[in-house]
Design a protein around this ligand. Structure first.
Ligand SMILES: C[S@@+](CC[C@H](N)C(=O)[O-])C[C@H]1O[C@@H](n2cnc3c(N)ncnc32)[C@H](O)[C@@H]1O
Length: 217
């Protein structure tokens, strides 16, 4: 995906949607700046990296309206907890689309996020899901900390029969650790919901993240 395409997607999907859904639009200045600054410099890989570098102050994974729409199809009528939600952009976006979702982050690692959405539960997500076993059907986890047991501990403490909707890189990528990927590997689900989510998932040049679904047994 080249820079122009990424910017077009940003422009068409997320910017308009966010303007529509958020009372206070944290992204408006950001998007205007990006679109103005980078649209004519499309072939420069370095600029693509720069765009992502700016983007991760809002969220690590590329958020798209069409992807959100597919996620909603799977998540509707389910109780969802997003763990390690960062700014809460995905949480708010899904909530505005009618998903029953809570979001947790204890900001134990400083990623220099540019804002925090209202309503985020400031707690340790591992302890929270251990304690509230009946309050979720799906755990949403997007780009958990790299080289860290967080993702593994979330999976380990999830209740049997619940789902993990994971967005991030895989083995040897920049998310979680081998312990997590070894643990979830056998539990991957491949249904029409996840296939459609994958169809609409896009990422930045040089990144290898995707969306995956696992079911705890
Ligand atoms: C790489 S950031 C990703 C944030 C967000 N999901 C995104 O995609 O932008 C990982 C997040 O996990 C959070 N985190 C790490 N350990 C945590 C814990 N024990 N409980 C809750 N959040 C935690 C960090 O504070 C951080 O916001």
């Amino acid at each position: 995906m080249n820079t122009l395409k990424v910017l077009k997607l940003i422009d068409n999907d997320i910017y308009k949607e966010l303007c529509f859904h958020f009372d206070k639009i944290p992204n408006k200045k950001f998007y205007n700046k990006l679109v103005r600054k980078y649209t004519r410099l499309t072939k420069n890989r370095f600029l693509n990296v720069m765009i992502r570098f700016e983007y991760i102050h809002y969220t690590f994974a590329y958020i798209r309206y069409r992807l959100i729409k597919e996620m909603v199809k799977f998540l509707k009528n389910k109780k969802v907890i997003e763990v390690g939600c960062g700014t809460g952009l995905w949480y708010k976006y899904l909530q505005y689309q009618g998903v029953n979702i809570k979001a947790i982050d204890n900001y134990s690692i400083d990623y220099k996020f540019r804002f925090k959405a209202n309503g985020i539960i400031n707690k340790n997500a591992i302890k929270y899901i251990k304690k509230h076993k009946n309050s979720y059907d799906v755990i949403l986890m997007i780009w958990p900390p790299y080289d860290h047991d967080f993702a593994y501990n979330i999976w380990k403490n999830m209740k049997k029969g619940t789902y993990l909707l994971y967005i991030g890189e895989g083995y040897d990528g920049a998310c979680a650790n081998d312990k997590f990927f070894n643990a979830v590997e056998k539990y991957e689900i491949n249904n029409k919901y996840i296939q459609n989510m994958q169809k609409y998932f896009v990422t930045f040049m040089g990144m290898y993240d995707d969306v995956y679904l696992f079911k705890k047994k």
